[in-house]
Design a protein around this ligand. Sequence first.
Ligand code: SF4
Length: 431
Amino acid sequence: MKTTIVSPKTYTYGSLILGGILRERGHAVTITRDLSTTGEVTLLSLFSTSQLLDPEIKEFAKRSSKIYVGGPVGLVPEIVLGELEVDAVVMGEGEEVVVDLVEEGPSAEIPGLAFLQDGEVVKTEPVPASDLDHVMPLIPEDLKSQNVRGANVYIETHRGCLGGCTFCQVPRFFGRSIRSRSLENILAEVREMKKMGVARVAVSGGTGSLFGYGKEVNKEAFIELLSSLAEILGPRNLSVPDMRVDFVDEEILEAVREYTVGWVFFGIESGSEKMLKVMKKGTTPEKNLEAVDLAHRCGVKVGGSFIVGYPGETEEDYQATLDFMDEAMLEDVFASVAEPIPGTPLAKLALDYPKDDNLLYREHAGDYRALKLSEAEARCFNLMLHGQNCKPIPKIVDDATYSAFLEEARTQGRDVRRVMDLLEKYRGQIV
Ligand code: SF4
């Protein structure tokens, strides 16, 4: 049976693994980012809610004869089944499901599936992968030319997160305990990728340094992972984007400096202690600042991500974020309008929050009022501009940068309002 895995625009790591599993079981399987190719069976890998609203993806699903969807969107299958004409949704991890699904089609015997039967959504309980040491992924020829924030590919070293941030789908999808792959399995995969021309690899997973976590952080395992990967790829070709501030120390940060491109990205989210509590971030502005300072002392550059427009964020909370940025002097800043991803506690909070108080819908009446932005968009735009000013070496904002930031803030506001509309539409089924 010819199976085609379609991962629109970007190859997700999950799609490569499922391709490897099917190939191992003797299937003729191809993988593509192109939405014009379908197979006898099509597996569609989707990672963001906005993909469910993409007209091209909707059209693709419609014309595919047997099509199954997987990825983080599977957390709320009611929305997927309502928005796309597909035969089933994989609700959790796909390793234990994919072969039976492709060979037999959806049934109540297969765990972790959702499909429509007589107009009703039938769901079976998901099972996590029994072993993360998987067969060699299916590595597409053009993986080497993919660019995802500077890397050709993000590989997974472990799953799960100890955190419970209310806006994040990682602990909901992968759980709150850490399951790690073996070092040998990871290195074999990266060697194979390198043979296929892949040069730059990023280590993903909610928090890089949780690799090898047992009862506590296993620094040695993480440092050995970085040094072994750097031996294969060269340190300038390895990055560890995401780290929690409470799971780094001097030794870890020095390893990041020595074996990687020398950056960490902290999810700082807000400079307001109140908002960090609302987000259940488990950190404080002081802890965030200490971690940034420590990274700088260890010679590591820091990117920080921030969320604006979270339900309950006041003008004072937002000002605290700007003040934090002044003090932290981050080398890079990422600003996002709070996105209520379906299946997260934030989605419920956003639905329950009065629309009149929601900054996504309130017109901005301050300095940027001529730009006709919502308050959430104005905060996002201003934060991006502010991020340029408070770098260790401030950057001048030229016309092109100004326009790009403005466009980005508007796009985010529009996309998050679309997600809100989607949540409203399915309110009765998902809350
Ligand atoms: S620490 Fe990061 S990965 Fe973990 S729940 Fe929070 S945002 Fe998600």
